[in-house]
Design a protein around this ligand. Sequence first.
Ligand SMILES: *Cc1c(COP(=O)(O)O)cnc(C)c1O
Length: 394
Amino acid sequence: MDRSTELINHPYRAPDAFEAAMPGIHKASTVLFPTVADMRSRQWTDKSAYTYGLHGTPTTFTLEERLATLEGGRYCVLVPSGLAAIALVDLAFLQPADEVLLPDNAYGPGRDFLCVEMARWGVKTQVYDALNPADLALKISDHTRLVWLEAAGSITLEFPDVPACVAVINAANAKRPSGARQILSALDNTWGAGIAFQPFDMGVDISMHALTKYPSGGGDVLMGSVVTRDPALHETLQMCHMRLGLAVGANDAELVLRSLPTAHLRYARQDAVTRRLAEWALTRPEFSHVLHPALSESPGHAVWARDCTGAACLFTVVFQPRYSQAQVDAFCDRLQLFGIGYSWAGPQSLVVPYQLPESRARLWPHGCGVVRFAIGLADAQDLQNDLAQSLDAL
Ligand SMILES: *Cc1c(COP(=O)(O)O)cnc(C)c1O
């Protein structure tokens, strides 16, 4: 044989008995079968064998199992971003004439996916008051198929009563004729990360998670997951996922596998520093509100205290109305230790000024001057000093 052939069809096989603390990384589009009969009979859906890179490798199977454990679920599918995880849930379970209920403080790009893309396929989206389960009950109709939950809400971090919302959904399902499609609940669990609270113990059907945040922890990977306890829901997700061709790369899966063992440590550390800074922010006269579920003035605080053992690394401030948007922007620009950029839960602290629509005014009617901080892994006093120097310059 020519050496070029030999290099491809090489006879050496490393011995199987290799054990290391970290799992090996397997990369494949093609998976090889010893015989045609084996190729025809292989099953991948129960993780008992491999058929094609898109259907899973030892690396993705391992990451899926660990993420299902993290969130207290049984099954997991991996997708290339958190937003793709939201889209997968919508695509797997919705059909024309279905209605979706979305909290008024939901992650914006997920709302846009429903209101722009799914709307083209005849799916109707309605918004409910995230803090009012009675409003959710009022908006459920015979066409409702899916209710999204988000704890805490995007940017403004209101904490919803998830068990009360699930009770509303269960009551509506109990009234449906037997054989009718049931209303599913799906929670965006990125904030809790499987650490601050246990969504499946609260009766949620589906948990989606932007692994881009804590499970990556590095600010360098985009990935998402959808976890369930119910085998029939998982099968629907798994088949839709396969037909859409949503694979994740082995190198990215490796980075998440590597970061996952420190997720609880990072969560606790970032939680402690974030709370300290949020409490300090309360003492500053420049802000009219400081939003963090552990602060008693923050909407949903009592529910958070009842249901959670921790909080994510986010807090939001609302500047007094005397500050213009230009001053607020200049405050962000002057920060030295906070990068201006989206996402969170990496080592780098981040800041983003937002302009919220009127519909999200709640406690803070003066619209502009809303700034969200994502606290990274830097020293708390250094971060506080940086915030103080930029406030003082106002
Ligand atoms: C970041 C985020 C997403 C989307 O994740 P990407 O990986 O950036 O697509 C969804 N929901 C929440 C709450 C997030 O913070």
